[in-house]
Ligand binder design. Structure first.
Ligand code: SF4
Length: 486
């Protein structure tokens, strides 16, 4: 265990989307009942998985790129404060304004104030995990400002009054027929003969969005990277809707987690090779937009960069857990995770689902607020194998589990069970008695290979989510005694 750092604020409660209403096991149980969801997820994740594997295998220096990415991230995090100050200086020198937001409340207040200052009552948005994390749309709505999502998948989620369930493909849990139904129900003026052909659906979304792009005076974006040495922001996307947001409105507000900074352009080169291959399975993403400050007469004439902490400094203070801040949100770990593939993203309760969500969300909120997430893994290690920045997610999961157990002061049912087991195993007489007691389980099993699903409490905490094998007819020691009696 590393030291516990006290006094560094985590993401505040009551705002944003880092905490679910249910624990992971409860939410997962509900999700597992939805056969359509599992079919949609299985199809989508296996397709992206195959594409990623093929394009990653094309690069002879994939392993070296991965090692370089890890080294750059580790070095950047070690001097994050310095890089952020360089970024601030460069953005300011190029006509932008930098704002520092300690948490979701501060970030929401800053953005709302900036939009209100323009007199606008609506904004267009580029897909952004950071603004989902802080619940910006809800904050803007409370101030009478409508936020229009422009990424196709985000638009589907917004129109369907749903929640994103994947980092890269937020509507991965919806199939074409479901998307058609949402469009017919919610898009004003949509062609009633709309089919579920992907091209027709995309055309309907384009017509819907085009009008909003042309009238919007303010855009809000996230950022995939920020290059400190030049104050350049970068957004990587596939549809071109992001570029419309970044270029058409008069005012651009970018909300970015502080961990997204890279020191130099040379560093960016490494990540721009890894990200598209790991995320969409493409050699290169269709649109990479970069901008630095303001250029008179070209693009937005007002640019604000909001640097968001919201629990990141607290995460950085943990020597093992801080590696979660290296994430470039490619979502490759989600697509290979056997747990995510079956439950989908909603079960994680946070905007960051899957393996990275299981290590990032509990650190941003404090482990006690997302205590079930570090256990939402079989520790198979598939996430580590595919991660383009080589984040050792399984080790962080084990580390966070240990932190959780320690915070519980050893009162979890598992801790009690293991203490009892340790006592029994240190005494031959107690061990013999325990074996005899276990034999009673054979009655409960009624001849089946496993015991009934729900044993009474506290054992039910274990058997609700795991099979407990029926004890064998003979223990090893009784069988040994029988065979060596003579
Ligand atoms: S943890 Fe690694 S694999 Fe998962 S989203 Fe982040 S960068 Fe991608």
């Amino acid at each position: 265990m590393t030291a516990v750092f006290l006094g560094i604020p985590t993401a505040p409660r009551g705002v944003g989307h880092l905490r679910g209403d249910q624990s992971f096991p409860d939410a997962a149980r509900e999700a597992l009942r939805d056969g359509q969801l599992r079919a949609n997820l299985g199809h989508a994740t296996s397709t992206i998985r195959g594409k990623r594997a093929a394009v990653a295998a094309e690069l002879p220096d994939w392993a070296e790129l991965r090692a370089a990415a890890k080294a750059i991230k580790t070095a950047t995090m070690a001097r994050l404060d310095e890089h952020l100050l360089v970024l601030e200086r460069q953005v300011t020198a190029r006509g932008g304004t930098v704002h520092w937001a300690r948490d979701a409340n501060e970030a929401n207040a800053i953005v709302t104030r900036l939009v209100q200052a323009t007199g606008a009552d609506e904004v267009v948005k580029v897909k952004s995990m950071a603004t989902q994390e802080i619940g910006l749309n809800e904050a803007l709505e409370a101030a009478g400002i409508a936020a229009h999502e422009t990424d196709l998948a985000e638009l589907i989620v917004q129109l369907g009054e749903d929640k994103p369930s994947h980092i890269l493909v937020p509507a991965i849990h919806k199939n074409r027929a479901e998307i058609r139904e949402i469009f017919l129900r919610t898009m004003p003026g949509v062609d009633p003969t709309l089919t579920d052909e992907p091209r027709r659906l995309a055309m309907a979304a384009r017509a819907h969005l085009r009008e909003r792009f042309l009238r919007a005076r303010v855009a809000i974006s996230g950022a995939n990277f920020a290059v400190a040495e030049t104050g350049t922001l970068a957004v990587v996307e596939s549809e071109g809707n992001g570029r419309m947001c970044l270029t058409l409105p008069q005012t651009l507000i970018t909300v970015m987690g502080i961990e997204k900074v890279v020191p130099t352009w040379r560093d960016l080169e490494v990540f721009l090779q890894l990200l598209p291959r790991s995320s969409t399975g493409e050699r290169m993403n269709p649109y990479t937009s970069m901008w630095a400050g303001v250029i008179p007469g070209d693009g937005p004439q007002e640019f604000h960069l909001v640097l968001l902490d919201n629990g990141r400094t607290a995460t950085l203070a943990d020597e093992i857990g801080r590696e979660a801040l290296h994430c470039i949100r490619c979502s490759a770990c989600l697509n290979v995770c056997p747990v995510y593939e079956r439950t989908g993203g909603h079960a994680y309760g946070s905007v960051y689902p899957g393996p990275i969500g299981a290590v990032l969300s509990p650190q941003l909120t404090g482990v006690e607020d997302n205590a079930s997430l570090p256990y939402a893994s079989s520790l198979c290690g598939a996430c580590y194998d595919v991660c383009p920045v080589a984040i050792d997610i399984p080790s962080i999961l084990v580390h966070l589990r240990a932190e959780h157990v320690e915070a519980q002061q050893h009162t979890t049912p598992e801790a009690v069970a293991f203490r009892a087991l340790s006592k029994a195993m240190s005494s031959p007489r107690l061990w013999h008695l325990a074996q005899k007691a276990a034999g009673l389980g054979r009655f409960l099993s009624r001849g089946k290979a496993t015991l009934p699903a729900a044993l009474p409490p506290p054992a039910s905490k274990w058997t609700r989510t795991r099979d407990l094998p029926t004890p064998p007819a003979k223990t090893f020691t009784s069988q040994w005694a029988e065979e060596h009696r003579s």
